[in-house]
Design a protein around this ligand. Structure first.
Ligand code: FAD
Length: 391
């Protein structure tokens, strides 16, 4: 029996939807992406690409383009909040290559997104901008688009429409707002040049490392981006945003007040911030299923497993979802196999992404955000012991 070509509709051109489009187009299928935004783009911030993603990006031939605009961190460093004392240094080079076979990278989101868009378009994926999906008829399947008289139809629809997914709510048949985690994030980018001559900050840019400061209820992650020209800072701290506001311009005095008792090096770093916003961090409750019983619809990425970013795995898991879908649809011989392949997709992916969502929350609660006291002292003791004898 010969291979059948499917027409696959993907809702959402985020990192997850694009990864799925590339993977499914590489498997020989026709792919159309419906994206609500009038223009393509990503948030102006950095993102960590761990080896489970670089493995897939390498298979797709995209690693050289990604590496060209990335920074390869040498060490993963955990520090105490009060004085910046190093509690643990894990050498990512050569650890990632020798254990996983692929590098750990830092990239600007806009660069990552553009590389995926270019590759999707090179493979013939059609991206329809300004297509705001309002509802889905799962049986046909057909997608209803705002101001569009004709619904969009395809053999399979994939909902990759992120945290506030219309697709997830349509599948559940009820409102399902994202789950509040109690935390929010400040995202900051500063020019690395401003750090190079600063007596307290030059160490941070001398070597490309990932630096974490861990303190009560909060932590800070920082790393170099874009050939070492930019320095990316993410602060995670308790959520104090008004009830219905998910993002707000930050008051810098309020931000500095949070860190008044923290390491002077970190305080000097935050002094470089001229302007930022704070974003509510939300995640997902595990769904009973990502698939519709019709066997013609599934979900991926933040639409079904949004996570706190503490393991740096949200986009990485969405890329894995896309890779698995493409792999499953590589040798499909008949459209009647689609429902069974979606069952396999969910059974492979859902337990792993649930572990990531729960693991990220646990990492915040039980490691990063401990208050001073016996548990924090035991954490620090174990990290220091591990630092002395890591593997
Ligand atoms: P999204 O990026 O949300 O994309 C959804 C797309 O769907 C958007 O383009 C949107 O416009 C479109 N859309 C939405 N609704 C509709 C509609 N009705 N019709 C049509 N289109 C629609 N992950 C990592 O792997 N590493 C990290 O270091 C990392 N750091 C992070 C730091 C922070 C502070 C945060 C908040 C997250 C971080 N993540 C990280 C997580 C990562 O950003 C997300 O998991 C990832 O971007 C999700 O991709 P997605 O494609 O599933 O969803």
């Amino acid at each position: 029996m010969g291979k059948v070509q499917l027409h696959v509709g993907i809702i959402g051109a985020g990192l997850g939807g694009l990864a799925a489009a590339i993977s499914i187009a590489r498997a020989g299928h026709k792919v159309t992406i419906l994206e609500q935004a009038p223009a393509l783009g990503e948030v102006g911030a950095g993102i960590q690409i761990p080896p489970n993603s670089t493995r897939i990006l390498s298979r797709w031939g995209l690693l050289p383009a990604i590496e060209k605009v990335s920074v390869r961190p040498q060490n993963f460093i955990l520090r105490s909040y009060r004085d910046g004392r190093i509690l643990s240094t894990q050498a990512l080079i050569p650890h990632c290559e020798s254990v996983y076979g692929y590098p750990y990278l830092h990239i600007h989101r806009a660069d990552y997104h553009k590389i995926l868009v270019d590759e999707a378009e090179r493979l013939g994926v059609e991206i329809r901008l300004g297509s705001i999906v309002t509802d889905i008829d799962f049986e046909l399947p057909a997608v209803h688009i705002k101001n569009c008289p004709e619904p969009f139809t395809a053999n399979l629809i994939i909902g990759a429409d992120g945290l506030k997914s219309v697709c997830r709510e349509a599948l559940l048949g009820r409102p399902d707002p994202p789950h509040l985690t109690g935390d929010l994030a400040y995202r900051i980018i500063v020019p690395a040049d401003s750090m190079k001559s600063h007596p307290l900050l030059r160490d941070l840019v001398a070597v490309p490392n990932i630096n974490y400061w861990m303190g009560p209820d909060s932590h800070v992650v920082s790393y170099l981006l874009q050939g070492g020209n930019l320095y990316n800072i993410v602060i995670a701290c308790p959520d104090n945003l008004p009830e219905l506001v998910n993002q707000q311009k930050a008051d810098l005095d309020e931000m500095h007040a949070l860190f008044q008792n923290w390491d002077p090096q970190l305080r000097a770093l935050l002094e470089l911030c001229k302007d930022t916003s704070k974003w509510r961090l939300q995640n997902s409750r595990e769904m009973p299923s990502w698939n519709h019983p019709s066997g013609r619809f599934t979900l991926l990425g933040d639409a079904c497993h949004a996570t706190l970013p503490y393991l740096a795995q949200g986009a990485a898991q969405a890329v894995e979802d896309g890779a698995v879908l493409g792999h499953l649809f590589e040798k499909i011989e008949s459209r009647s196999q689609v429902p069974d392949l979606l069952v396999i997709y969910e059974s492979v992916r859902k337990p792993r992404t649930t572990r990531v969502v729960n693991g990220s929350s646990q990492l915040g609660r039980e490691i990063f955000h401990l208050h001073d006291g016996p548990r924090q002292r035991e954490r620090d003791r174990q990290l220091l012991a591990w630092q002395a004898d890591p593997f």
